[in-house]
Write a new protein. Structure first.
Length: 106
């Protein structure tokens, strides 16, 4: 194997709906599409800006549930970035040695 590990790429896809979405993703996207459909049906679309505003909820939720490489979707990327920048980051050094460099004595 030349030092490489063989891990199936789709090992978690069987837990997702259509191999891409969680239930929350589908509810979010369905809600956005429902609001857009409601606005398109009942708001007079006389202007281009009104039309764009009417379809914006569907476009935004579609963007949020769009799959991206190395993450589940854009929403998880935004959540990870928010958590990274709002929580205190503390990185504790743990080297490869059996004994840590600093002693625990006071």
């Amino acid at each position: 194997m030349d030092g490489y590990y063989l891990i199936p790429a789709n090992s978690k896809k069987s837990m997702l709906i259509f191999g891409l979405f969680t239930m929350f993703d589908l509810i979010l996207f369905g809600t956005g599409l429902g609001i857009s459909l409601f606005l398109v049906m009942f708001v007079p679309l006389t202007n281009t800006w009104i039309t764009v505003a009417a379809i914006t909820p569907g476009l935004i939720t579609g963007f949020l549930v769009m799959p991206v490489p190395y993450h589940h979707n854009i929403l998880t990327v935004i959540k990870a970035m928010y958590e990274f920048y709002t929580t205190r980051q503390k990185f504790v050094w743990r080297g490869w040695c059996a004994i840590n460099e600093q002693s625990n004595e006071k």
